[in-house]
Ligand binder design. Structure first.
Ligand SMILES: C[S@@+](CC[C@H](N)C(=O)[O-])C[C@H]1O[C@@H](n2cnc3c(N)ncnc32)[C@H](O)[C@@H]1O
Ligand code: SF4
Length: 403
């Protein structure tokens, strides 16, 4: 190849994305404390041990947002998600101050979804009403199970009665409610799982997230594994859970998410459709698009370090451009979680690259029966959903050689 031709190829390879319009932008706010660390949890959550410095932390979140404003200048925010940890540890007044500060600094779309994660163990009816008054219009309640024995094994601070009372109050005050539940719990039988789903279905919450309990590295359960159902038993439990949810009118619209029609979580759907998000707070991740690049950012993880770093005006520990060879995998990692997949045109819209970037991988996935493709849509097949990790891995690329 001539030097000139090689030059042209290299320019083409290193060319960044080109966006006709930037993706929708969501805001994530991380609150990193819990009453007690659950033995299965690897989220960035830390045991509160006494008073949580909520006023200081809200000040830091506001300062963090202000530092980030130049990177989202002029953009509207479509949803806010206050997650954790246990955001419901914070007082309603603190959440009110936080949301007022957000509204004063970034334009929220008029009907923006504003979700807050709450734990039944931190529940008081008056607090939920206060969150609602502060502008939270969707509550995600970490129930995990309605089975008293399982709640003890999972090390939860709430019991089954508290779970029920919190569920009732959440539905009465917010209406728009998600329950987080887990299945394939220690020694769980199909009948027990069925009873747990039935207990959840009795509330007719518009959204239910069902996660298979997994043993995550750096957790107590990883070090001292409880007797979990084997793969076959877990698959039987999953089949029953999904069948019960479908029979009750829920659509299994994403790997772990089930919703009544029209009640899908808009904030999470934005992640799955490769939208943009600014994450503020300890350990929060962001993915932001600019006219010529996509960047990923990560903030200091330890609350103490985060507070100090925001004080210095430097909350980021990572700030990197997403390489062209990683974009296809990152898009598919999210999009293929959706039961209906995504319109084919969304790839170019959200990545800034033509769909031909992943042509080879799409053809392979189709040949293996893992995706269905018509000109307008990319959708995982049932087989693809069952072997989602393998399907996603097809889009992983080795860094491109320059030659
Ligand atoms: C960020 S957590 C926090 C929500 C809230 N703090 C709580 O625990 O009630 C979100 C959800 O992830 C799920 N989760 C956490 N660790 C898990 C694990 N090891 N396996 C499966 N699901 C898990 C739980 O259902 C949890 O409610
Ligand atoms: S309450 Fe939620 S975030 Fe906190 S440790 Fe337990 S599962 Fe993790």
């Amino acid at each position: 190849m001539t030097a000139r031709a090689r030059g042209i190829v290299e320019v083409m390879r290193t060319e960044g994305p080109r966006f006709a319009a930037l993706p929708p932008l969501a805001l994530y706010v991380h609150i990193p404390w819990c009453l007690k660390k659950c033995p299965y949890c690897d989220f960035n959550s830390h045991e509160a041990r006494g008073e949580v410095p909520e006023a200081l932390y809200v000040d830091a979140l506001i300062a963090d947002l202000e530092l980030a404003l130049p990177s989202i200048w002029g953009r509207k925010v479509v949803s806010v998600f206050i997650g954790g940890g246990t955001p419901s540890l914070f007082s309603a007044a603190a959440i009110d101050r936080l949301l007022a500060a957000i509204r004063a600094r970034v334009p929220l779309v008029p009907d923006a979804e504003v979700t807050l994660e709450a734990n039944p163990g931190t529940f008081e009816r008056a607090k939920f009403a206060g969150f609602f008054g502060a502008g939270v219009n969707r509550l995600s309640l970490g129930i995990q199970s309605f089975d008293a024995r399982q709640l003890r094994i999972l090390g939860r601070v709430h019991d089954a009665d508290e779970a029920r009372r919190a569920a009732e109050a959440a539905l009465m005050i917010f209406g728009n409610v998600n329950f987080d539940l887990m299945y394939a719990l220690p020694e769980q039988t199909v009948a027990e799982a069925e009873a747990d789903v039935a207990a959840a279905l009795a509330f007719a919450a518009p959204h239910l997230s069902f996660y298979q309990l997994t043993l995550e590295p750096n957790t107590l359960f990883h070090r001292y594994p409880p007797p979990l159902p084997d793969d076959e038993a877990a698959a039987d439990i999953e089949a029953v859970v999904h069948a019960r949810l479908m029979a009750a009118g829920y659509r299994h619209y994403e790997t772990s998410a089930h919703a009544h029609p029209g009640r899908e979580c808009r904030h999470n759907r934005n992640y799955w459709q490769f939208g943009d998000y600014l994450g503020i707070g300890a350990g929060a991740h962001s993915k932001l698009s600019f006219a010529d690049r996509i960047v990923r950012q990560v903030r200091h993880k330890q609350p103490k370090h985060y507070l100090e770093a925001v004080g210095r005006g430097t909350p980021l520990v990572e700030d990197a451009i997403v390489a062209r060879e990683d974009v296809g995998f990152e898009f598919m990692l999210n999009a293929l979680r959706l039961t209906d997949g995504v319109p084919a045109a969304l790839f170019a819209e959200r990545t800034g690259y033509p769909l031909t970037l992943v042509q080879r991988e799409l053809a392979k996935a189709e040949a293996l029966g893992l995706i269905e493709r018509d000109p307008a849509r990319i959708r995982p097949t049932e087989l693809g959903r069952r072997f989602l990790n393998d399907l996603q891995a097809l889009f992983l690329r080795e860094p491109e050689a320059v030659e």
